[in-house]
Design a protein around this ligand. Structure first.
Ligand code: IPE
Ligand code: IPE
Ligand code: MG
Length: 246
């Protein structure tokens, strides 16, 4: 798939932004609060980020809300997170609908309680026709799982003799979304933590020290400014990129 923009254009908007929203627990612990309280404050930052990127014309925003490894956290924290997800879908849906935002979930959803699975399916169905921006929430998601499930479905369902990248991408959970342009991680760590492993192949990476509940519009604007200053080459020389990826 072609990149969203010319590599030499400095006034670019990424078509697809993904965020590893990290730091809720440390934010709460620094204030003597429970980690669950940190997740609640993280949700406020999430709301700000959705509005910010939708207003900037980003086509898809993918948020890492719960990884396949996060199931190993203490039971009380996992339960508080699941309750928060159920409530958040219900609370945020009217505004998402009003803004024309389409909601989509990726990850191993069969591992979640039935009530949450139902909310996910209903929210997806009721926003299906929206086209301002697609908000992708990664729940129970792992990049290795995604590649593996795509490979298994590829073997079972594809009749093509020669595997082809575009066709394979049609089996990933992100099928149909624009190529990932910008991957942001907050909270000071500089790792991908099993997020969009395949999809991040040529994404620009932006690491912020700020903890997720403290992320505001200025921080988010900083990531777009940083993206606009990067020169993307996709493995080519600068002179080639315009023609190769036109
Ligand atoms: C990210 O914040 C949210 C989830 C993983 C659900 P953390 O809970 O990982 O916060 P820190 O990294 O411990 O501060
Ligand atoms: C990644 O953060 C997962 C989410 C933000 C949902 P983690 O806090 O789970 O990752 P590690 O443990 O620092 O690698
Ligand atoms: Mg963390």
């Amino acid at each position: 798939m072609a990149p969203a923009s010319s590599p030499t254009d400095t006034a670019v908007t990424p078509a697809h932004v993904a965020i590893i929203m990290d730091g809720n627990g440390r934010w709460a612990e620094a204030r003597g609060l429970s980690r669950s309280e940190g997740h609640r404050m993280g949700l406020r930052a999430t709301r700000r980020a959705v509005e910010f990127f939708a207003n900037r014309g980003v086509r898809a925003l993918t948020l890492f809300a719960f990884s396949s490894e996060n199931w190993q956290r203490p039971k009380a924290e996992v339960e508080a997170l699941l309750d928060l997800f159920v409530a958040a879908i219900e609370d945020e849906l009217p505004e998402l609908r009003e803004k024309g935002i389409r909601l989509r979930f990726i990850g191993q959803r069969e591992e979640f309680p039935g009530q949450l699975q139902q909310r996910m399916a209903d929210a997806e169905a009721s926003t299906q026709a929206n086209d301002t921006m697609t908000l992708v929430v990664a729940l129970g998601y792992g990049g290795r799982w995604d590649i593996l499930q795509a490979a298994l479905r590829w073997v079972r369902e594809s009749s093509a003799v020669n595997p082809d990248r575009d066709a394979f991408e049609g089996f990933l959970s992100t099928a149909g979304l624009p190529e990932l342009d910008l991957l942001i991680r907050t909270g000071g760590e500089q790792r991908i933590s099993n997020f969009l492993l395949w999809q991040a192949a040529y994404a620009e990476l932006c690491f912020l020290d700020v903890l997720w509940p403290d992320v505001d519009d200025a921080e988010l604007q900083g990531t777009l400014d940083c993206y606009a200053r990067r020169q993307r080459r996709f493995g080519c020389t600068a002179a080639q990129v315009d023609t190769v990826h036109a």
